[in-house]
Design a protein around this ligand. Structure first.
Ligand code: FEO
Ligand code: CA
Ligand code: CA
Length: 713
């Protein structure tokens, strides 16, 4: 998301002392051994003796998958740029009606709550596709996507901007419209014989889910005192989902949407509790000021003010924000089915949620991360073993949420510690977990699992989790089980010999409500003032469910022979701030790793990469690297040409959200917060407007002119 509204202040206000000194010694030792930083970095990255890198049994016999396009030269324009032989179409930009008979979006549109509730929202982000039936067609399916946040100037352009944006009461209709511009969209899309895509209006599954849609709490928070509000005295219901960033999907055919920067929509004027301090609730006015609206129904706007009004939580909304911060499960096939917040997967600024390698008879695993500086990576392991008969049966009507409850309401949430020797440990956030140095368990400190979940970050602090460089998207190679995760950047990462500092003027990470303000480099986050980010990769150990092995797959950097450019990037693939990731399987043991960036310039990060190229989509075939005998299996100066720039998005936009059709002939991406795009009279995404337009975030579909498979020769 853009710097304009992002809030990656150090919400981790925790003192797990990272591994700075050890890492520095290790780097120095390797430098001496290898005679230079470039070689040292290469050896370090490729030399872990990665267990399990043997791919599918037939991998060695097959010619490796390779990328069949020339890497794009850097560009900065008001258009999408794709390789020669490819086309790109604008599909369902903000304000596209989902039903027929509605007013169409036009440059002077002044949106109403009703218009916005029946059309696509703003700031498209994570998305996934769902087959309509067992045929799993590539030209007709349900597209489900997140609408992360607002561009108020674009939303209210027809009236010269939002009313009382920073002070005074917000008008009721503006607030309702803004609430309806957030959330999730389900829309059927179809490709015609000419290769042109369009939404299928009036499909019964088309719908919008917003920051006002009723949903249910599931897992440890359901029915707990921490979730009691005037709206739900039993603590079982919630209203809305917000700041839906990245996404996920389940093997049983549901969509997972993840609540990221939701704390900004709430305030608490009274003394804040530790979870509110740790996650960053506002003290006086929220980001959009919805709590200032006069009127509304059933606490519709009052709920954004979490200030206690008396002694009884059933009489106010002190707990409203505790109904946010979760992974939310939606059945895209059934608009009548309840939506569930799966609280067992932790409460924080969830970026996304990705299923691990699926094995019959083994638990189902989900990986998830907290996108804030010096926050943590988590995984959830189901109590129930995977039963293949629970796999999705597309198009059939049955209770998928009951299957979701089976695998996502009962299990163990873990937080990651990345050790300097390339191994790691999953630390269980369970009631019986002993807290190091305290002689007590988490259960004895917090009382019950619900309270551990409410205070997920503080509990993780106590266990010694590793503070990371802003965990963004993850993705899993479904054959090997390798997990990739973007660590996008971190301006609060300090030198090896520095001491950690803490938020809330705290003196220790163990203090409730306190996280890291700054943290020194550690093995997994080895660059101070990390401007460019990295993609980390890990693999679970067979037979040791709480151990894993990790390495850094690629470091973002500006081109040039600098100590920062550890992967040897050049003009053809320099990138910074990796964000979206998708492992695109192209056969057993083969696939393309797609990397999307959120680096920006005008409203984002002001670094050398942002000054040379707009945000971009890159591709690499990880398996091709690891198959070459004796070569490193990660990106290094000897093989970095394998990493290619596939697409570039318009000025000021980030690119986020990615999947390809089952036949791999269409790649769907989302362009978020462009400055001047798309053109008014064309859905050609590669066309720059001839004059300033009212910008709209949009899905973009990239296809080949010859109808072939994306990325391949
Ligand atoms: Fe919404 Fe962390 O990106
Ligand atoms: Ca703490
Ligand atoms: Ca993101």
């Amino acid at each position: 998301m853009s710097k304009e509204v992002e809030d990656h202040r150090i919400h981790n206000r925790s003192g797990n002392l990272p591994f700075a000194a050890i890492v520095e010694r290790r780097l120095s030792r390797r430098s001496v051994m290898c005679g230079g930083l470039g070689l040292a970095a290469a050896t370090m990255l490729g030399g872990f003796g990665w267990p399990g890198t043997s791919r599918a049994a037939d991998g060695a016999a097959r010619a490796p998958l390779s990328l069949g396009f020339a890497s794009l030269a850097p560009r900065m324009t008001d258009a999408v740029v794709v390789p020669e032989g490819y086309v790109a179409q604008v599909l369902i930009p903000w304000g596209t009606p989902l039903v027929s008979g509605m007013a169409q979006w036009h440059p002077e549109l002044d949106p109403t709550p009703g218009f916005q509730a029946a059309s696509t929202g703003m700031h498209h982000d994570g998305m996934y596709h769902f087959a309509l039936d067992a045929s799993d067609r590539s030209d007709d399916f349900l597209l489900v996507l997140n609408h992360e946040y607002l561009d108020q100037s674009a939303l209210w352009a027809a009236r010269g901007g939002p009313t009382n944006a920073k002070q005074g009461a917000r008008p009721l209709d503006e607030a309702r419209t803004e609430i309806n511009a957030h959330g999730v969209c389900v829309v059927r899309v179809r490709r015609d014989e000419q290769g042109h895509w369009a939404p299928v209006l009036d499909d019964p599954r088309n719908r919008r889910i917003t920051t006002a849609t009723p949903m249910l709490l599931a897992g440890p928070l359901r029915g707990s005192l921490h979730a009691v509000t005037a709206y739900s005295p039993q603590g079982t219901q919630a209203r809305g989902t917000n700041n839906n960033c990245a996404c996920g999907y389940t093997p049983w055919g549901t969509y997972l949407t993840c609540e990221e920067n939701w704390p900004e929509i709430f305030i608490n004027r009274a003394e804040q509790e530790p979870d509110q301090l740790r996650l960053g609730l506002a003290e006086s006015r929220s980001i959009y000021g919805w709590e200032t609206v006069e009127g509304g129904v059933d606490g519709e706007f009052e709920r954004f003010d979490n200030t206690p009004r008396g002694d009884d939580p059933r009489a106010d909304y002190r707990n409203e924000a505790r109904t946010y911060g979760y992974v939310v499960e939606i059945d895209p096939y059934d608009p009548e089915r309840a939506i569930y917040k799966r609280t067992a997967l932790g409460r924080f600024r969830h970026e996304g949620c990705w299923p691990g390698k699926l094995v019959a008879g083994q638990p189902v695993v989900f990986y998830t991360g907290h996108d804030a500086r010096n926050e943590y990576i988590y995984k959830f392991v189901s109590r129930a073993p995977w039963d293949p008969s629970d796999a999705n049966r597309p198009g059939e009507h049955y209770d998928r949420q009951a299957i979701g409850a089976k695998y996502m309401d009962h299990g163990t949430l873990y937080v990651a510690r990345f050790d300097e020797d390339g191994s790691g440990e999953w630390l269980p956030l369970a009631e019986d977990t002993p807290v190091p140095g305290q002689g007590r368990t988490l259960g004895e400190i917090y009382g019950d699992l619900a309270r551990i979940i409410v205070n997920t970050c503080d509990a993780a602090d106590l266990l010694g989790a590793t503070p990371m460089d802003r965990p963004e998207w993850g993705t899993v190679d479904p054959s090997s089980g390798e997990v990739y995760m973007s660590l996008t950047n971190n301006s609060k990462r300090t030198e090896a010999d520095s001491a950690a500092s803490f938020t809330q003027e705290g003196e220790s990470i163990g203090t409730p409500g306190v996280g890291y303000a700054t943290a020194p480099v550690n093995a997994a986050n080895p660059r101070p003032d990390n401007d460019h980010g990295q993609v980390i990769r890990w693999l679970e150990r067979d037979g040791e469910p709480e151990r894993f092995d990790w390495e850094i797959f690629v470091f973002g950097a500006a081109p040039g022979e600098t100590a920062d450019n550890r992967s040897g990037l050049d003009d053809a693939n320099a990138f910074a701030s990796p964000d979206g990731l998708w492992y695109d399987q192209r056969g057993e043991g083969e696939g393309i790793l797609w990397i999307q960036t959120d680096n920006g310039i005008d409203k984002g990060r002001d670094n050398a990469v942002a000054e040379m190229v707009n945000d971009q989509v890159l591709a690499i075939v990880p398996g091709a690297l690891s198959r070459r005998e004796g070569a490193a299996s990660v990106v290094d100066p000897s093989n970095q040409a394998e990493l290619k720039r596939f697409a570039i998005v318009p000025n000021q936009a980030e690119v986020t959200g990615i999947f390809a059709t089952p036949d791999r002939t269409a790649l769907f991406i989302n362009v978020q917060h462009p400055g001047n795009w798309p053109a008014y009279d064309s859905d050609d995404a590669t066309l720059a407007p001839s004059a300033q337009v009212r910008p709209r975030s949009s899905t973009v579909v990239i296809q080949r002119r010859d109808g072939g498979r994306i990325g391949e020769a």
